[in-house]
Every structure is written in structure tokens, then in C-alpha cells.
Ligand binder design. Structure first.
Ligand SMILES: CC(C)(COP(=O)(O)OP(=O)(O)OC[C@H]1O[C@@H](n2cnc3c(N)ncnc32)[C@H](O)[C@@H]1OP(=O)(O)O)[C@@H](O)C(=O)NCCC(=O)NCCS
Length: 205
């Protein structure tokens, strides 16, 4: 195992990622990269370069993308994968994970989340604070499940979709790739087209 962790993105989401990494107590040192060269320190952690410096650190550090935007996170993750970076999974110690849960690299699971048995979560996903993902879900790559969102059993969420804070998805529902589900919205039937959906139950906007 490598001794150090480098987090790309030193703003809000990156700070929560760093906080989880500190609590995991797995790395000897933690540092940030951020393209805003004005940031030297974030949450007391040093910013040691920009994303252009990845190659400089690739052998000494495991590298994690701490960027909330799904499309940007995907782009940076793919660049890391191309250069052969070691990309960890970050799981807050308070998380509850059931049997036979699979998770891809570059995924972070934040404080108080619950992931129930037989669920698969792709790479580069965010399972945010206090969200719950029940049994037999299929969450594809670069999805963001926002704080307090709740997914019932056998839900499928396509690549890069974003479920807003406090949203709810009923059992057996399919949400395809390219969807945004608004804050507090409720999905009770399959969605068939990419787009932005809000309300209870959701309507396309
Ligand atoms: C869904 C969302 C992305 C839409 O943002 P937007 O494209 O800027 O849309 P607008 O604010 O222009 O709203 C468009 C319409 O949808 C409605 N709307 C937007 N979000 C809504 C929501 N969550 N629930 C119900 N209606 C909503 C607006 O009232 C507006 O309705 P109108 O046309 O009748 O006036 C945004 O409102 C949202 O919910 N974001 C989630 C934020 C979040 O979860 N953050 C957590 C980060 S960790």
C-alpha cells in the first residue's frame, strides 16, 4: 500500500473527502492538487500543485478525484486511469455496508450512509452523507447520490446521473444515464429519457 494520498480538488467536496481520508487513518500524509493556484492550504492541508502535476506524484501517492461535478470528475478520473494512477475507494468509518456489495475505484461513501446487500456501485461515484441505497441496486459509474437521498430496492441509476439532496426513488425504478433528479423529488416510475426531473412525483423540466 502507498503511504500518501493526493486529492484533486480542494474546495467543499474535496474537503469532505479529505476529512473521510483522515478518519480512515490509512495514509501517512494527505495533500491536495487544485487548479486555483491562489489556494495554498485547505482545511489545514497543503495544496502541492495543480492537476497538471499528476505525473510528478503518481509513484508516491494514491490519487482521488474530490470534484463534485459528475462530468468533470469523470474526465479527471479517466485521465488518472490512463496514466495508471492508483485510485482508492474512500469509506467513512460510520458507513454500514451489507453483504455482496461491490464498489468501483474512486468512489467515496460519506458519513452515515447505508448500502444494503447485493448492490453494485460503479467507479467514481459519490454516495453522499446520510443517503441510503437499498438491496440489489445497480449504480453505474460517476453517479452522485446527494445527502439524504433514499433509494429503495432494485433501483438502477445510469452513468453520470445526479440524484439531488433528499430525493426518493421507489423500488424497481430505472433512471437512465444523463438524468438530474431535483432536491426533494420523488421518482415512482421508470424514467426513459435523459433530462432534469423535479417534483412529487417527478415531471420533466
Ligand atoms: C433540479 C435543479 C438542478 C434544477 O435547477 P435549474 O435547472 O437551475 O432549474 P430552475 O431553478 O430554473 O427551475 C426550473 C423549474 O423547476 C422547478 N424546480 C427546480 N428544482 C425543483 C425541485 N427540487 N423541486 C421542485 N421543483 C423544482 C422550479 O421551481 C422551476 O419551476 P417553474 O418553471 O414552474 O418556475 C435544482 O433545482 C436542484 O434541485 N438541484 C439539486 C441541488 C442538490 O441536491 N444539491 C446537493 C449537492 S450535494
Amino acid at each position: 500500500m502507498k503511504k500518501n494520498l493526493l486529492i484533486i480538488g480542494a474546495s467543499g467536496h474535496g474537503k469532505v473527502v479529505a476529512d473521510i481520508a483522515l478518519r480512515m487513518n490509512k495514509w501517512e500524509s494527505i495533500a491536495f492538487l487544485d487548479d486555483d493556484e491562489a489556494i495554498e492550504l485547505s482545511m489545514g492541508i497543503e495544496v502541492i500543485g495543480t492537476s497538471a502535476d499528476i505525473n510528478k506524484y503518481i509513484h508516491e501517492y494514491e490519487i482521488f478525484v474530490g470534484i463534485g461535478d459528475n462530468a468533470i470528475r469523470e474526465k479527471v478520473y479517466e485521465a488518472l486511469e490512463t496514466v495508471g494512477a492508483s485510485i482508492p475507494v474512500l469509506i467513512h468509518p460510520s458507513v454500514v455496508i451489507g453483504e455482496q456489495v461491490l464498489m468501483g475505484s474512486g468512489t467515496v461513501v460519506m458519513a452515515g450512509a447505508v448500502i444494503n446487500c447485493c448492490t453494485t456501485i460503479g467507479k467514481g461515484c459519490i454516495v453522499n452523507t446520510g443517503s441510503t441505497i437499498d438491496h440489489d441496486n445497480s449504480i453505474k459509474d460517476f453517479v452522485h447520490i446527494s445527502p439524504g437521498a433514499h433509494l429503495a430496492g432494485t433501483v438502477s441509476v445510469g452513468k453520470g446521473s445526479w440524484l439531488g439532496i433528499g430525493s426518493v426513488v421507489s423500488n424497481n425504478v430505472i433512471i437512465p444515464s444523463g438524468c438530474t433528479i431535483g432536491a426533494g423529488s420523488v421518482v415512482i416510475r421508470n424514467i426513459t429519457e435523459p433530462g432534469v426531473y423535479v417534483g412529487v412525483p417527478v415531471r420533466s423540466v
